[in-house]
Design a protein around this ligand. Sequence first.
Ligand code: FEO
Ligand code: CA
Length: 676
Amino acid sequence: MRHLPLLANHSPGRAAVTCRYRCGDACFHDVPNTSGNPYFGDLLDRRSAIKAGVVLGAALTATGATAAADAAPAHAAPPAEGTGADRHHPARGLDFRPVEPNTLDAVVVPEGYRQAVVIRWGDPLFPDAPAFDFDHQTAAAQARQFGYNCDFAALLPLDPTGRVNLLVTNHEYTGEPFMFRGYDEANPTREQVEVAWAAHGLSVLRVDQDRDGRLTPRFSPHNRRITATTPFELRGPAAGSDLLKTGADPTGTRVLGTLNNCAGGVTPWGTVLSGEENFNQYFAATGDPRETRYGIKDNPTTRKWERFDERFDLAREPNEANRFGWVVELDPLDPDSTPVKHTALGRFKHECANVRIAGDGRVVAYSGDDERFEYIYKFISRKKVRRGDSRSARRHNMTLLDEGTLYVARFTGDSPPAEIDGSGGLPSDGRFDGRGEWVPLASGTRSFVPGMTAEEVYVFTRLAGDRVGATKMDRPEDIQTHPHTGVVYCALSNNVDRGKEGKEGATEPNPRVDNKHGQVLELTERGGDALALSFSWNLMLVCGDPASPDTYFAGYDKSRVSPISSPDNVAFDRHGNLWISSDSGGALGGLNDGLYAVPVAGRERGHLKAFLTVPRGAETCGPVIGERVVTVCVQHPGEVDGASADNPASHWPDGGDSQPRPSVVAVWREGRRIGE
Ligand code: FEO
Ligand code: CA
């Protein structure tokens, strides 16, 4: 067996091999954001702190601010509902006994629930697709099969009963050491590289749901594979810019492929949005500082694609990387449609994009830039949504993300900075909270950023955020709007660099140094208006081991909640409960990741419970919470250091001595709704 290089510096908990293939060692490299823009909360609070200094000291003592703790997690499961001393009633839709934390090589679901794999890496999507053959995989076969490492998933009903659906899935990245026996990272073959191109992208698959919720995949004219070579149209204000032109595309409007598609969203008009995240790792660097700001640093790259297609070598095609890092829109109803890359939403490591309709019909999209010390963005369209599902209304709505104004978030805390000491201990007002504003970056051809043209703002959006003093956050991941209240929820995954020498320390929205476990932010637009340019915010959860004093579960009794680390994707059920999937890489004592549910209102607010856990080495992604079925993507099972196709650490889902296969899993109950 060939051992992978061990990286002493990789993110705690996360396997070095995950860092290498998923994020291009994003955590191993120094953070790309070296800008000196200050935290605005600091600027404001320093002034108030001067006035209130003496009172502050007293308040700190009184509240017993805690030291940062890194205690072992509580392994005991919370008690069952409504039994013995625990007479609390579960929130509506969350009546299940939480799954115990574990390290099993299995998907574990609550008692009384059933589970099945819906589709696995390599399963055919078309009648002519060959059956999966691990030892003889070809690019031609892969292009007709389900891709690797499913992340985001959407389940779109095609009929009023919800029985016929389209499952749309992202395929974030390839893990070549797990896909090919004897893989030689220094000398990949052309076939291996082309398999990887075909294993990236998205899949569209018809799935039929039975009365219980069970999902069955079908061949259908809607079925489709999008790969790293599928043509895309660049649209919006930067399309056609010189910054986007290449030898193969002198128009700057047509790109081959999408890469590192992480989370996404479903638009109100039924299309799917998908965020191109860690695109940096696929391009051989030249050292241009604008590349460096996006983390493009490697030459050669890990996968060596630049040897097989010169567009991945920035010395030959300096603008090719500018054509990735966008929000992609796909119309799954039209298998012949050309997917779009939306330049109006800016270019960064998009985790996702989620759209809501404002009161006047304009649409608003939120998106996080998932890297340590990066920013949260919002886009407001110029045009208004057209109601109805006529062909002309859909066509119009699919242009809404072409024109509008792009903003970045600046947060201010309301507690004195001395109380935000990096420990995670609550300040004296009992909440990590405050206000914020959306700072405009560009609108159409108009730039609001000194020294940058609008085209530059769209293509080098991170630099624009630096210049206007955006707030550096702890890895903004998924962002979703609550379907009933309009409150926006953002998962901030973790940031072990916070507080390190030379890096920004704790701020009220990011209150822990060496933040291994992340937090969940609630953001309320002023007056509940999605178009507002200011907001209030608070942290609903500060994640980790509930037994540790640096955690917070909305004030709920922490002895009754499940441990959770590194919140990643968020979703809502029909009752308005928040569901959170985690991607900790074992940061909580090596425990497997999972899917959790938590009420956001009422007496049970903060009562977080594990609904399922995924196999060893896997992350939980793309939760879809239906009335009768919950689906999750199980990404990179068995991806732990020292493991490979020659030495698999997981045999999920097929068991025996099989290779692990990233898959979509459905969970349901016979004759009962989820959580009821
Ligand atoms: Fe692909 Fe931000 O996780
Ligand atoms: Ca506060």
